[in-house]
Design a protein around this ligand. Structure first.
Ligand code: FAD
Length: 349
């Protein structure tokens, strides 16, 4: 029977990110179909006690940990050494991990050190009659591939939003500490600080229930012959503040800054949704001032409920790509929506 190891790292406050709890669900499903439900958890973090207690109810066969200040910060050298030690201690053949930026950086190197293989961007991992099948999408989510490998250890990195988050009441956990000398890794690279947007300023929120997409129409000449980019920016940011939605953009909009047109200053290429952008997973999506062309809409593949606001009753969304299309001017419409949201004091849509 192959040993399955779930890898998780703690966040700065000692908790586990949602992606880690989703990976617990993936591991439990895999273990149920392959190893009689048995799996090992490997934790990395400065203090792992709280995370260990929160995972004890998932019933791992063993709970291993590398902890201490040396792994309090994400750093390739110490993370890779810690994960390598955990894999060896567990005798892991299959290693499941969430696609956090920390793991995405460290795990490929560990797979190489252990002579294993790694597959990333997986959307599911399925046990099928003793075989393991890892599913992922290729060519910007247009083709689904199924991967089987004989090489071990096999690292299976699961994308966020593909499994439900595992929850269970905290309970006492017997943690086995895995000793690893991290002094060399720590002296080689020191973390001098973190540069991040001020809290509340970030617009990309993968965990949000709602995705708001802004298209190039926001920056085009309107009925009065003028461009109202400042007002557009205000309306979009007010909506994000009121709903905590995530912000996406069409390619035309995010490209505008390079063309000297009126721009929304908070919009970058990281916001782009579509064939050459991202394919986020949100329960709902609202497209505004965006035409809904196929290269854009392909990025909405995993958005469950789609609505669009467009002046043009013949826009792409109206051709079967959205559940509801509001044929309307987005400026007054979003002004009204924001006023209603503010009135109701609603935080989530
Ligand atoms: C190889 C390739 C890859 C591509 N990849 C991507 C990609 O990843 N993502 C992407 O987005 N695009 C991509 N594109 C480009 C895509 O085909 C479209 O050109 C782009 O999505 C159009 O952006 P838009 O709808 O915002 O702008 P436009 O086509 O200019 O549409 C603006 C819309 O705003 C509406 N509008 C204007 N004012 C208002 C108002 N007041 N109220 C309501 N509606 C209003 C107009 O009716 C119009 O429909 C790709 C193209 C190619 C060839």
């Amino acid at each position: 029977m192959e040993t399955i190891l779930l890898l998780a790292h703690t966040e700065a406050d000692g908790s586990l990110a949602r992606a880690a709890t989703e990976a617990v669900s993936a591991t439990r499903d895999l273990a149920a179909g392959l190893a009689g439900g048995s799996f090992v958890i490997g934790l990395v973090g400065e203090h792992v006690g709280r995370a260990a207690e929160s995972l004890a109810g998932a019933a791992p066969q063993r709970l291993l940990a590398v902890s201490g200040p040396a792994v309090g910060q994400a750093r390739y050298a110490s993370d890779a050494a810690a994960v390598e030690a955990l894999c060896r201690a567990a005798g892991a053949a299959l290693v499941v991990a969430p696609a956090t930026s920390r793991w995405s950086r460290a795990l490929p190197g560990v797979a190489c050190r252990l002579g294993g293989r790694i597959d990333t961007h997986l959307t599911s991992v399925v046990a099928d009659g003793g075989a393991v099948r890892a599913h992922r999408w290729f060519y910007r989510q247009r083709m689904e591939g199924v991967v089987e490998r004989t090489a071990r250890p096999w690292f299976l990195v699961i994308d966020g939003g593909c499994y439900p988050a595992w929850t269970g009441p905290p309970s006492r956990a017997a943690v086995e500490t895995v000793a690893v000398d991290l002094s060399a890794s720590c002296s080689r690279t020191t973390v001098s600080g973190v540069v991040a947007p001020a809290a509340g300023q970030e617009t990309i929120r993968p965990d949000a229930e709602l995705l708001l997409v802004a298209g190039a129409g926001w920056t085009k000449r309107q009925a009065d012959g003028a461009v109202h980019a400042d007002e557009a920016g205000r309306l979009i940011l007010d909506f994000l503040r009121l709903t905590r939605a995530s912000l996406g953009g069409s390619k035309s909009l995010v490209d505008l800054s390079g063309e000297g047109h009126a721009v929304l200053p908070f919009m970058t290429h990281l916001n782009q949704i579509g064939q050459t952008g991202s394919t986020p997973r949100h329960a709902k999506g609202l497209s505004t001032c965006c035409h809904g062309e196929e290269p854009h809409v392909v990025g909405w593949r995993f958005v469950t409920e789609r609505r669009a606001i467009n002046l043009d009753p013949n826009c792409g969304w109206a051709r079967g790509k959205a559940d509801v299309v509001y044929v309307a001017d987005a400026f007054p419409l979003m002004t009204k929506v924001n006023a209603l949201l503010a009135e109701k004091g609603r935080v989530r849509p």
